[in-house]
Design a protein around this ligand. Structure first.
Ligand code: 1OR
Ligand code: 1OR
Length: 293
């Protein structure tokens, strides 16, 4: 999973995305209109990550629609054509259920509506009726969807970038120790290239050849290790050594907790497997030296 994330992060560059608004739509505006429009769009989340050029294209494409009190701006069940940003005026939101229309909310001189039918390609989910004379800014669905696409890719990229920023790489020579059993833990590793040998000391045999260490696992590209001590808050349960030259991605404990918190459940499930394998390897888990002892 992690390698997948990292590969995506490397391969993905939002600047390379087709971020042009293509067929440029321009509805000319007076200075006053442009100022009002800019003000109305200031808090629209979807527009926040657009660069000035893209934002200017979106503003160009928006058109002012004056409305009278009682006018339906959107009718429930209709097709989604535009997204609307409120310039001024008050609006009621009606939702029809079992033939009965109910007012479920209202807008007071600010906000936006009409995104649902465009996002999900569904009929309009509510009726919007102006309760005073007012004005809204419309944006055709193609451009709205383009913004949505850019927003989600930028958002994804920023998240991945955060992950990449806190991961360092480290190179180990053949035979070099990466983790020592019994040590306190401060980081987590992902093998980027080469092979890592995990060994564990057996109880009472520390002075026998090779400290009585038994190889219990080998990891290669894309696999992780060193998570156990971080998850359990215990010393390292095993040692890790480089087999040939090894390149690891290294994440410190703070980054591990912050960024991999959502993966914790998967890691815990894998840890449960260690216990099964321990029994399979040694007959009983009592045979392993307790690093805390
Ligand atoms: P749309 O494209 O479906 C109607 O066109 C718009 O009304 C819709 O996008 C929303 O932007 C807006 N349920 C459905 N649509 C709502 C609601 C709403 N509120 C605003 N809209 N509910 C009210 C939640 C306060 C749920 C009612 C059960
Ligand atoms: P750590 O932070 O304790 C050593 O540092 C790492 O070796 C450990 O995290 C795991 O990532 C990795 N038991 C304990 N740790 C293991 C095991 C393991 N396998 C890999 N590590 N096993 C049971 C004991 C025989 C698994 C056997 C396949």
């Amino acid at each position: 999973f992690l390698i997948f994330v990292l590969v995506c992060a490397e391969a993905f560059n939002p600047d390379e995305e087709d971020d042009d608004m293509e067929s440029r739509i321009i509805h000319p505006k007076t200075d006053d209109q442009r100022n009002r429009l800019q003000e109305a769009c200031r808090d629209i989340l979807l527009f926040k990550n657009l660069d000035p050029e893209q934002m200017s294209q979106v503003l160009d494409a928006m058109f002012e629609k004056l409305v009278e009190g009682g006018e339906h701006v959107i009718d429930q069940g209709g097709d989604g054509d535009n997204f609307y940003v409120i310039d001024r005026g008050t609006y009621d939101i009606y939702v029809r259920c079992d033939g009965i229309g109910r007012c479920v909310g209202n807008y007071d001189n600010r906000g936006s509506f009409g995104e649902l039918a465009l996002m999900y390609n569904t009929p309009r989910a509510a009726t919007i009726i102006a309760t005073s004379p007012g004005a809204v800014w419309g944006l055709v669905s193609e451009i709205y969807l383009k913004c949505l696409k850019m927003y989600s890719s930028t958002y994804r990229y920023l998240k991945l970038q955060k992950l990449v920023d806190v991961i360092g790489t480290k190179i180990y020579k053949d035979g070099e120790q990466i983790i020592a059993q019994g040590d306190m833990a401060d980081c987590f590793f992902i093998v980027e290239s080469g092979e890592v040998r995990i060994t564990m000391k057996r109880k009472g045999k520390q002075d026998v050849e090779d400290n009585g260490a038994v190889e219990i696992a080998r990891y290669s590209r894309g696999q992780y290790f060193g998570e156990l001590a971080l998850v359990t808050n215990k010393p390292r349960a095993a040692s890790a050594f480089a087999l040939g030259t090894v390149k690891c991605l290294v994440m410190d404990v703070q980054a591990f907790e912050r960024l991999l918190g959502p993966c914790m459940e998967i890691m815990k499930r894998n840890i449960a497997n260690y216990e099964e394998q321990l029994v399979a390897l040694f007959g009983t888990n009592m045979d392993i030296a307790d690093p805390t002892a």
